[in-house]
Design a protein around this ligand. Structure first.
Ligand SMILES: [Zn+2]
Length: 323
């Protein structure tokens, strides 16, 4: 009964601000509204989830877990001190996820944290706008999110982070300590890594595409060289027991893993830059370099779509090397 009362406490309403108020009306229409430009990686986010994609709460350890519905992997912490959610996918899968989670835990949503601005990680903010006490992200995220939304005519569907930071953010929930850290430009200009300290679980956002050719968002401020450094740094800080959650992954290798998966990602990006750099030195054109099918040593990498292909990766490396 205590939990029931907490569930309906007025706390989230106290936190409703202008953003939340405006988006409340949008939420009412969210089930039927057209949401253009929200189909970066998987579907358009509007369709009803197939039955076998329900009930995808995958507990990890110490009250943490993942959810894979549509788009970037959601990470969560749910204990008797509150709930933390990392990334929000799209409104329909966000609803599916949180409805399921609330069947197990009806504490307040202390924070929704966006790993970066891409729609498959932030579009579901709309669903959480009246639920989350705060939406946390790196300080570059709101502007990046707004820029894309203007390009895709989806400004009205955006709910922006209201708690932003430069290098470091921390929340002590009572039974867990959550750290969010910024390491500079990598997949975008606003990627953060979130760590559940006691559980020793780390959400990498899209800094790891586990054996997918990654999306390297040049327009969004991507920096492959620094991305390599970031992966090295996080791998150095991890121990053998650290459990990682990835934004995306192949069905074979999955959306969770170990330091070894970070190293594979680091090595792929490093090999990509070296390869393109060498070919440029040899006088090859972008078309000639991109005509190569892939890199030796990475037989497991697959392409789930044109934007996440070896050819797109070569183009991004070409751009970076010509800056
Ligand atoms: Zn992304």
């Amino acid at each position: 009964m205590t939990i029931y009362l907490e569930k309906f406490s007025p706390q989230p309403i106290i936190h409703m601000n202008r953003r939340a108020f405006l988006s409340k009306a949008l939420m009412l229409a969210a089930g039927s509204a057209t949401v253009p430009g929200m189909h970066l990686f998987a579907g358009n986010g509007k369709e009803k989830l197939p039955a076998d994609e329900y009930n995808q709460l995958n507990p990890l350890r110490r009250n943490t877990g993942t959810f894979t519905g549509r788009g970037g992997t959601i990470g969560w912490l749910a204990d008797n001190h509150g709930i933390i959610v990392i990334d929000s996918q799209f409104p329909p899968s966000a609803r599916t996820f949180f409805t399921e989670l609330q069947q197990h835990n009806s504490q307040s949503l202390l924070a929704l944290i966006n790993t970066h601005h891409h729609a498959d990680h932030t579009a579901g903010n709309l669903y959480f706008s009246n639920i989350a006490e705060q939406i946390v992200a790196h300080e570059n995220v709101p502007e990046l999110q707004r820029t894309i939304a203007e390009e895709q005519n989806s400004v009205d569907e955006q709910v922006y982070p209201d708690t932003t930071f430069d290098t470091e953010w921390r929340l002590d929930t009572g039974d867990e300590i959550i750290h969010a850290n910024y390491y500079g430009h990598a997949h975008t200009a606003g990627d953060i890594i979130i760590r559940f300290e006691k559980a020793n679980v780390v959400h990498m956002g899209d800094l790891v595409f586990n054996r997918w050719y990654p999306f390297i968002d040049t327009d969004g401020g991507a920096d492959i060289s620094n991305w390599i450094e970031v992966l090295q740094s996080v791998a150095d800080d991890a121990d053998r027991d650290t459990f990682f959650i990835f934004g995306h992954g192949s069905s074979e290798f999955g959306i969770t893993g170990s330091t070894n998966d970070l190293i594979v990602m680091r090595d792929y990006l490093s090999a990509l830059l070296d390869f393109v750099d060498q070919r440029i030195s040899d006088g090859n054109s972008l078309e000639e370099i991109a005509s190569v099918g892939g890199l030796n040593g990475f037989p497991d990498h697959i392409s789930p779509g044109a934007r996440l292909s070896f050819q797109a990766n070569v183009a991004a490396a070409w751009d970076e090397l010509h800056q």
